[in-house]
Design a protein around this ligand. Structure first.
Ligand code: PLP
Length: 373
């Protein structure tokens, strides 16, 4: 298999744990073990204390799969298969669904594996480009026109990385219909689900749309526990999940035993877990809103409708990569320049899910004032 480097992950491998102010992370501040274990109910505490570190059940712990299924309207535990993070699930789904000569459509800019793994299978990939001038919205007519008789897969990530875009309900229904009419799978990357600004705007999960829908979920983002490395695919297409299970036998085989129980504990206390994430994101967003208002001449964005990230534009003659590099050297602040997503504009990813963001924003603002006036 030939696959291009994952530019954003290479960037994070270099900088993530070395910079003082990480203003481009896509996750939410992780939980401490002590705080999480304090949420355990009697059963999960018992499971945790009696845990042995053997292999675990390949599809995922039955209680965990049942708890994940309860995040959806129409699913049972057997409609869920766990993975090591969302990343392994993306790799598996693309390899199971696509063959050379097949066609996939992926909304873009995107988390790179969503299109790169599809391409590495030998499939032809059409990027459905989102534009800031259109509020990063999906263009339903353009999407429909890009379907071919070979289209097997349509990938939409919402709330979206890196823009925070969330389709409205009518658009989402139209996207679902386009996939169903084409006989294609709608792969809904929902790793930022539950972090919508307006809970009423939350989309019907992909897997609840019908057997052509697949939902991708993970503990890393809205549930603020990236270190668990627990993700999942949910789908009512049992043959698809079975094929994924067979593929996973060549990857991690089964999930980490401690992570399964910790994920179960967190999902059972999901109101607390999601409430904390929303509080962090809302607090940071208020700071970012104020900054963007003060620096409107230099920074503008389509305010994200969901998730802990957005894709603002630097309005200046300086290329974003140069600006970001100089900012890092001068202030220890890390932004993720749009070209890491292959995006040609002057955008950058801003993450607002971590604690302690105020100082990083102050340094960013001081640098903007010093260098752009
Ligand atoms: C849209 C999207 N999907 C999938 C993933 C992968 O998640 P994980 O790192 O937990 O495997 C990410 C991570 O940033 C993401 O942003």
């Amino acid at each position: 298999m030939q696959i291009a480097d994952f530019e954003l992950e290479r960037f994070f491998a270099r900088y993530e744990f070395a910079v003082r102010h990480l203003l481009c992370a896509s996750d939410v501040e992780g939980w401490s073990m002590a705080d999480l274990l304090a949420l355990a109910d009697e059963e999960t505490r018992h499971l945790w204390e009696g845990l042995t570190l053997g292999y675990t059940e390949a599809p995922g712990h039955p209680l965990l799969r049942a708890e994940i299924a309860s995040l959806y309207e129409t699913l049972a535990a057997d409609d869920v298969l766990t993975f090591s993070g969302a990343e392994e699930a993306i790799f598996t789904a693309a390899n199971v669904l696509l063959r050379p000569g097949d066609h996939a459509i992926v909304t873009w800019p995107a988390y790179q594996s969503l299109h790169e793994v599809a391409r590495a299978t030998g499939a032809d990939v059409t990027l459905h480009e989102l534009h800031a001038s259109e509020g990063w919205a999906i263009d339903v007519d353009r999407l429909r026109a890009s379907v071919t008789p070979r289209t097997r897969l349509i990938v939409v990530n919402a709330p979206h990385n890196p823009t925070g875009m969330l389709p409205d309900a009518a658009t989402w229904t139209a996207v679902s219909d386009i996939a169903a009419d084409a006989g294609a799978v709608l792969f809904a990357d929902e790793v930022y689900r539950f972090l919508e600004r307006d809970a009423g705007a939350r989309l019907t999960a992909g897997a609840d749309l019908g057997a052509h829908g697949v939902s991708l979920g993970v503990m890393s983002k809205s549930f603020s526990m990236a270190g668990l490395r627990i993700g999942w695919l949910a789908s009512r297409d049992r043959a698809f999940l079975d094929a994924c299970a067979r593929f996973k036998d060549y990857l991690t085989i089964c999930s980490s035993a401690p992570s399964e129980i910790l994920a179960l504990t967190a999902l059972r206390a999901r109101d607390r877990v999601l409430g904390r994430a929303r509080d962090i994101v809302d607090g940071n967003l208020a700071l970012v809103d104020a900054l963007f208002e003060r620096q409107a001449a230099h920074l503008r964005w389509v305010r994200p409708a969901g998730g802990p990230i957005g894709f603002p534009e630097l309005v200046a003659d300086v290329p974003i990569e140069t600006f970001a590099q100089n900012l890092l050297e001068a202030e220890g602040v890390l932004l993720a320049p749009g070209p890491l997503f292959g995006h040609p504009g002057n955008h950058f990813r801003l993450g607002f899910g971590r604690l302690g963001m105020a100082e990083g924003l102050e340094r960013l603002e001081a640098y903007v004032e010093r260098t752009l006036g």
